[in-house]
Design a protein around this ligand. Structure first.
Ligand code: ATP
Ligand code: MG
Length: 550
């Protein structure tokens, strides 16, 4: 049943056109990279970038590197490095032996900075951050040249060397490119290449107290690794002239080309790492892998498959126009993937007892139920049936509304795999809640008996009252809801149901296994909180959706 799906077929994708333009017959020379900053866990937006970079390389028989863009010493941690590698692998992509760290190029960056100084293309500047802002100018007004711009090469070399040696305090000096203070592009107005930051780094420890800026380091990382196409999100479009300036002046022969695409935004979803980290730190969620998180590990724990996520990334495509994708599409993709694969079982989330008054007391028979109506190859299983069973509370109505084809006094329904039953009576507790429903069954109507006498409109799932598994089931909704005034937190994003009854066979369900509960949705056995014989089920997605595939 496995679908061939690389996360990117790419027809009509504008990036392909650029690549074909650049590489012509040599498409297999394509070399891309996925360059996360290890300051958080990956989310579904990153999955788009992963599928694009790895997918593009795979499509043409080229290469894609995994590169940790760890040039910022204070924010990064090895926990993030490990989780990122795990998530990329889980999504189905292979960097082979090319797992790189930007921090391992620090010597090379320094060497290139010295070269730029020697060529008169960089200088050490003593302006304070405030002064620098003032000198930078605005979109409509040109900037002013720094008074330190015309220092001699010798003086610059000496000062830069002493910056590196730790002689100056944080923020007191920078190394800047000497480009053009009157450029209409603010990024080209003598941008900072290095800053002083006496912080230790997860990889290089205390070796460095000057660190390169993103706009200087990133193009060099690409050039060092022989990247041909550097795919990034739209906010870097205005930085492209600086990207090109850096690679052109660094002395590399083969220059990478930056191409921007729109970042993924999803309805009812927070995608910023900073906000997600805050939820984790404030304990609003059960860690980065809380099943409501849009992180890759959250989606994994929720029950999403790599196939569904790759399918989603392929369907959204790439363009330059920013837009919000309906989360319903992601849900569509997981249903589509699981429908033929996940065994269908019966589970009652809100149990209501049904007594079949004309069924012999003490008798249990085994009935055959198909394991997946959408995939007959999956065969059948046997399920116990007896005088007392459970159905969903809301499958009974004392006074049925129009078109209610379920249980109500005098109404007949089919019990999946078993018999037709007719409701004859019900029992209420002191508070007026219906606590028991009485039915009679028609022995002629046993499923598979060829009975053809009457038709009923409703088929209910049910579970035997004495042979079953009591289980905890968790139902998830979106954490955030989009409103006209922005996003608001949904107070009911997690509903825990402790008293669900499932088919007894569900006791053997192993962590990570996925099932459809008939009429109730797709579920996964939670990998964190389940114990041997006591699975806890997370709902991945319900069966119904208002989302329509265009
Ligand atoms: P955040 O703003 O959430 O911290 P980021 O862009 O800083 O995200 P990085 O670790 O720098 O995160 O991202 C690694 C790669 O993933 C970059 O190439 C970036 O462009 C890409 N990426 C990040 N978010 C998205 C998104 N929502 N859609 C597509 N690509 C994304
Ligand atoms: Mg970033």
């Amino acid at each position: 049943m496995e679908k061939e799906n690389d996360g990117l077929k790419g027809t009509g994708n504008f990036i392909h056109n650029y690549i074909v333009e650049d590489l012509g017959e040599n498409l297999n020379k394509i070399h891309t990279r996925f360059p996360p900053e290890p300051n958080g866990y990956l989310h579904i937006g990153h999955a788009k970038s992963i599928c694009l970079n790895f997918g593009m390389a795979k499509l043409y028989g080229g290469k894609c590197n995994l590169r940790f863009d760890d040039t910022n010493p204070s924010k990064e941690e090895t926990e993030y490095v490990d989780s990122i590698a795990e998530d990329v692998k889980w999504l189905g992509f292979d960097w082979e032996d090319r797992k790189y760290f930007a921090s391992s190029y620090f010597d090379k960056f320094y060497e290139i900075a010295v070269k730029l100084i020697k060529e008169g293309k960089a200088f050490v500047c003593d302006l304070t951050p405030e002064e620098m802002r003032e000198y930078r100018g605005t979109l409509s007004a040109p900037g002013k040249e720094s008074p330190y711009r015309n220092r001699s090469v010798e003086e610059n070399l000496d000062l830069f060397e002493r910056m590196r040696a730790g002689e100056f305090p944080d923020g007191s000096k920078t190394l800047r490119a000497k480009i053009d203070m009157s450029s209409p592009n603010i990024n080209m107005r003598d941008p900072v290449l290095y800053r002083i930051n006496k912080a230790s780094h997860h990889n290089t420890g205390d070796k460095w107290c000057i660190y390169p800026m993103y706009d200087y380091a990133h193009p060099l990382e690409d050039a060092i690794e022989g990247i041909t196409h550097s795919l990034c999100t739209m906010e870097f479009e205005d930085h492209r002239p600086l990207y090109d300036w850096v690679v052109e002046n660094s002395g590399f022969k083969d220059l990478p080309r930056q191409i921007e695409f729109a970042r993924l935004e999803l309805t009812n979803t927070v995608m910023s790492k900073r906000k997600l980290r805050a939820w984790v730190e404030e304990g609003i969620v059960d860690g980065w892998d809380d099943p409501r998180m849009p992180t890759i590990c959250g989606l994994r724990r929720r029950g999403y498959t790599p196939e569904a996520i790759r399918d989603f990334c392929e369907r959204i495509g790439v363009s330059k126009a920013n837009s919000r994708v309906d989360k319903g599409l992601l849900e569509y993709c997981i249903r589509d993937d699981l429908k033929p694969k996940a065994p269908v079982i019966m589970g009652v989330l809100d149990p209501l007892k049904v007594v079949i008054t004309n069924y012999p007391e003490g008798q249990t028979e085994m009935v055959d139920v198909e394991n997946n109506p959408a995939n007959p190859e999956m065969g059948t299983r046997q399920v116990p049936f007896s005088r007392e069973i459970y159905v969903e509370k809301d499958d009974f109505m004392e006074e049925p509304v129009k078109k209610f084809f379920r249980l109500a006094p005098g109404k007949e329904v089919r019990l999946k795999g078993a018999y037709f039953v007719t409701c004859t009576d019900f029992v209420k507790d002191d508070a007026g809640n219906v606590v028991e429903v009485h039915c009679t069954y028609d022995p002629e109507t046993r499923s598979g008996s060829g009975f053809n006498g009457r038709k009923v409109k409703g088929t209910l799932h049910w579970v035997d009252a004495s042979r079953n598994l009591k289980a905890e089931v968790r139902l998830y909704e979106d954490m955030m809801i989009d409103t006209e005034d922005g996003q608001v937190m949904n107070p009911d994003s997690l509903i825990v149901k402790k008293d669900c009854v499932l088919e007894e066979g569900a006791a053997n369900a192993k962590p990570g296994e996925r099932y459809q509960f008939m009429r109730n949705g797709y579920f996964i056995v939670d990998t964190k909180d389940s114990a041997e014989g006591r699975p806890v089920f997370n709902r991945i997605v319900s069966l119904k959706s208002s989302f329509k595939l265009k």
